[in-house]
Design a protein around this ligand. Structure first.
Ligand code: ZN
Length: 309
């Protein structure tokens, strides 16, 4: 059976049951008060399928409340197809391709992929590395900043800094310029101290204070040194190859305003890559947990700030 022939990709009710099983392994979670398990399903005429009532706060909810799928006219099984396709295509999938593959309009496909992409960001809020593990940091250039003429040195291009854990997460940042002043706070804020950081020997890395991390190893690209034992940034280089092929080949033109979102998408897939033991179905599950959980968080946060206002 091909992947998209599975029942939850073909039928909206099956999709809902499947999503409930994925997101609520310990029983339905009330999005209003957070109580887990013991809630009632509301059945019969006049009730939407998949409607629940909370045993504590008596509010009604479904598995899609507070997610990007809520209030969408697109059927849930079609949403799941879109998430699967974006998660399983190594170099991404354009909205034109998505539109043709899942049978929604181009406009809808564009909207869906942006919502999914938005949710790819920041799976884990904690720092990368730790426990003496290895994180590589490197930067790359993409496209051209409007109004700036191409000059050697990459100053006219957008800059992307990537932190790539050899055994875990990849996190990238669209940054204004590549200097110690912009890069050092990102390294400190996103990498655990007990980490071996490997970079090239560019000036902005040489200026990183000693003792910031457990170890800081640099390879000197200018002297054609690319690896010294475990000290190298080849994983990050490989990631940039994939990112560039996606940005130039699949998405063709990514505007400055959207660049971070596209980079988030590539980060997510690379974090959950095959060499980390994650297959297409598992990557899709991970995305769905993130998509739904994230929307809930946003909603709770905004509800709380309204309470206080
Ligand atoms: Zn409740």
């Amino acid at each position: 059976m091909s992947a998209l022939n599975q029942p939850h990709f073909q039928d909206a009710a099956k999709a809902r049951e499947w999503l409930e099983a994925l997101l609520w392994p310990n029983g339905a979670i009330c999005p209003h008060c957070g109580t887990v398990g013991g809630h009632y399903t509301l059945q019969g005429k006049g009730h939407r399928p998949g409607l629940w009532m909370c045993k504590d706060c008596r509010e009604q909810f479904t598995v899609t409340v507070g997610t990007v799928f809520e209030r969408s006219k697109v059927k849930l099984n079609i949403w799941l197809q879109a998430v699967y396709l974006l998660c399983s295509s190594k170099k991404g999938m354009s909205s034109h391709q998505l539109h043709r593959t899942i049978g929604v309009t181009y406009k809808t496909a564009w909207f869906m992929s942006h919502r999914i992409r938005e949710a790819f960001r920041n799976g884990s809020p904690g720092p990368l590395g730790g426990g003496g593990s290895i994180v590589e940091a490197d930067e790359t250039f993409y496209g051209r900043i409007k109004g700036r003429n191409p000059k050697p040195g990459g100053d006219s291009a957008h800059k992307i800094l990537s932190l790539v854990s050899r055994t875990g997460e990849t996190r990238s940042f669209h940054i204004a310029n590549v200097t110690a002043k912009t890069i050092t706070p990102i390294l400190r804020g996103n990498i655990a101290q007990d980490t071996k950081l490997f970079t090239d020997s560019a000036g902005h890395y040489r200026r990183l204070p000693k003792g910031t991390f457990k170890k800081h190893g640099m390879v000197n690209h200018k002297q054609k040194e690319y690896a010294r034992g475990e000290v190298h940034s080849n994983t990050a280089e490989g990631y940039f190859g994939l990112l560039k092929r996606g940005l130039y080949g699949t998405y063709q033109h990514v505007s400055e305003a959207h660049l971070q979102r596209y980079v988030d998408e590539f980060d997510f897939r690379f974090t959950n890559r095959v060499s980390q033991g994650v297959n297409d179905a598992e990557r899709t599950d991970a995305a769905l947990r993130q998509i739904t959980g994230k929307r809930l968080t946003y909603r709770r946060v905004s509800a709380r700030s309204q309470d206080q206002a």
